[in-house]
Design a protein around this ligand. Structure first.
Ligand code: NDP
Length: 317
């Protein structure tokens, strides 16, 4: 028997900016919904400094997330901290099972479960996680006061990590596989003009070495004649990959990089399933907080029309 308390017009899966904005819009359109997500704010929570979100000249990711959360909760929507692990169909409804084995039912789904950190995939990478190897400078930079660290990557995550680490560490090597940094010009200028940061171009890391913790990295291209650099900490900031499990669970169509294909209205190939935020190929693949919010809003407007149309079939969706 379906518990009527657990039936919603919409379940939003995820709790990052796309999901939180979607919830705000769903409230304004009076769409009864539930937000279920493992980590409030998603990867934005880890951002040390955000300088491009309107109204916020400079804000920490955790603070921006907290503001979004307050907005959602002010509108009467609690965020359920759980993970959806299975999605099936039952009585023409989606049945979503959480990790804690709650059964939830929904007419429509908005998948906004985001991305996770990409790893280098070096053979011994996993054994150094938490032993000098980190994927989050905001979380771990404070362990490297006056130490030497390396950041891998050549785009905004790497730039912001290097800049934050330069406030704490003695020396930051930023190692990039190409010859010209990419991303926001403002971050690039700051990296290039920071005395503590040394960018090593055209170079990849081929091995992490150390006895129980990171001690040296081996490079494919010798740096100042040396194949190895001694470091205390290694920060891998090479972008993200989509959270695959629910994409596969729902058999959603993806692009060649694994991001969900969506239309201009954020609809997926599957009936009654929309997607928003970093997990999609929307917004011209420009993965920003503001584009995630925008996708969340667009999805809700379309879901609202769909639900209205079910009640009164004259509306076009
Ligand atoms: P990106 O995908 O933009 O960049 C990833 C970087 O890592 C690239 O330089 C890429 O190299 C490199 N890379 C990827 N795989 C490997 C590998 N296996 N080995 C070595 N290097 C690799 O990811 P980001 O996380 O930097 O940014 C994602 C989005 O988030 C962007 O839109 C960005 O603007 C935004 N962002 C904004 C921030 C802010 O403003 N505060 C902070 C962080 C992110 P290559 O260049 O050769 O592809």
């Amino acid at each position: 028997m379906i518990d009527k308390k657990n039936i919603y017009s919409l379940i939003i899966v995820g709790a990052g900016p796309a999901a939180l904005t979607a919830s705000i819009y769903a409230s304004r359109y009076n769409v009864d919904h539930l937000i279920v997500g493992e980590a409030i704010g998603g990867l934005v929570f880890e951002a040390h400094k955000i300088c491009n979100f309107p109204t916020e000249i400079e804000i920490k990711g955790a603070e921006l997330v907290s503001k979004m959360q307050k907005h959602v909760e002010f509108l009467g929507n609690p965020i359920i901290a759980d993970k959806i692990v299975v999605i099936d169909k039952e009585n023409n409804q989606f049945k979503l099972t959480t990790q804690s084995n709650k059964k939830l039912f929904a007419t429509t789904i908005l998948l906004a479960s985001g991305t996770k950190h990409r790893q280098l995939n070096l053979p011994n990478e996993k054994e150094f996680i938490g032993k000098g190897l980190s994927y989050c400078a905001t979380c771990d930079a404070m362990f490297y006061k006056d130490k030497v660290v390396a950041v891998i990557g050549g785009s905004d995550s790497a730039h912001t990590a290097s800049l934050y680490l330069a406030e704490i560490a003695k020396k930051v090597y930023q190692i990039y596989r190409k010859d010209k940094l990419r991303g926001e010009t403002s971050w690039i200028n700051q990296v290039e003009n920071n005395d503590k940061i040394e960018v090593i171009y055209n170079t990849e890391i081929i091995e992490i070495e150390g006895n129980g913790k990171v001690e040296t990295i081996r490079l494919n291209n010798p740096y100042k004649g040396k194949e190895r650099i001694n470091i205390d900490g290694l920060f891998v900031e090479i972008g993200t990959i989509p959270q695959k499990a629910l994409i596969e669970e729902l058999s959603l169509e993806t692009n060649e990089s694994g991001y969900i294909k969506v239309g201009a209205n954020q609809k997926t190939n599957k009936e009654k399933v929309w997607a928003a935020g970093d997990i999609t190929d929307g917004s011209n693949n420009f993965r920003q907080i503001i584009t995630a919010c925008s996708e969340g809003a667009i999805a809700i407007e379309n879901i609202f029309k769909f639900l209205q149309n079910k009640k009164s079939p004259s509306l076009s969706v």
